[in-house]
Design a protein around this ligand. Structure first.
Ligand SMILES: [Zn+2]
Length: 270
């Protein structure tokens, strides 16, 4: 299946001629540019190895996903401005980019950012604005959306979550989710890498709430606006594995709290 690029990945302007490529294409004007700033709606903050995190969002100009990367990996401090969490779900922030660095399969959203420019908070989206973003970006059939191999990030409209559970695997705290997407396909035991969900569940367990799973499922499934953010891993054992990178409802499932809110309550980091 060939993917055709009609618009510049940086500015969103129509290209002079369409180009067949899984990765985005930069127009000649943007190609001559040095550093430039983009306004991004944050849609994911996920746990990586060695205390690093992975941030992703939606570029307001192009309505495409963007994954800002540091050459040396992104530390948690990047999300904070002093005590304030700038990088939080559905915040609009300004980030300075150096250049677009896509892979050809799935991971076409990677941009190298300027580490000397602190992300600037612009505003938190209203519920109506969040619903507009979700309506614009969401897909209903995850397997079909993965097929062209031109994306690694998806907002999936969910029919319902069937199960959420935690486990200790290789000495590490893990959470998994089984859900049905809007098209009716089952996705079983998908690992959760969303820092917020992980911190929330760890907090529930720290106060001996062992019913957190039923509570979370009930509230999620009862919400008219329910979505699951999915990210694909880099290639690992020959596959690009699905991971849950956010549970999204409007109004918010976590009352607007960020991962650091629960982390501070527990008093240690995951
Ligand atoms: Zn351009």
């Amino acid at each position: 299946m060939s993917v055709i690029q009609n618009f510049c990945i940086a500015c969103g302007q129509q290209l002079t001629r369409p180009i067949i490529s899984n990765a985005g294409v930069i127009c000649s004007i943007c190609g001559r540019q040095g550093l430039f700033r983009k306004q991004i709606i944050i849609t994911g903050i996920t746990q990586m190895n060695h205390g690093n995190i992975c941030v992703s969002g939606v570029d307001l100009k192009t309505w495409r996903f963007v994954r800002p990367l540091f050459r040396a990996g992104l530390q948690r401090d990047f999300t904070l401005d002093g005590e304030t969490q700038v990088i939080s779900h559905f915040n609009l922030v300004e980030i300075e980019f150096k250049h677009y660095r896509p892979e050809q399969i799935h991971h076409t959203e990677d941009w190298i950012i300027n580490e000397n420019f602190a992300p600037k908070f612009i505003k938190h989206l209203s519920n109506q604005e969040i619903i507009n973003v979700l309506n614009k970006m969401a897909i209903s059939d995850l397997n079909q959306a993965i097929q062209p191999q031109d994306k690694s990030l998806f907002i999936v409209k969910a029919k319902r979550i069937l199960q959420i559970w935690d486990e200790i695997s290789f000495g590490q705290f893990k959470v998994r989710i089984t859900f049905i997407d809007h098209s009716g396909h089952l996705h079983s035991g998908i690992p959760v890498k969303d820092l917020l969900t992980l911190c929330f569940i760890k907090y529930q367990k720290s106060v001996n709430n062992n019913n957190y799973s039923n509570e979370l499922i009930r509230v999620f499934n009862a919400n008219a606006n329910r979505y699951i953010r999915i990210g694909l891993t880099r290639q690992f054992h020959g596959q690009y594995w699905k991971q849950v990178t956010a549970l999204i409802t409007v109004p918010d499932l976590f009352n607007g709290n960020s991962f650091s809110f629960y982390e501070n309550k527990i008093g240690n980091q995951l």
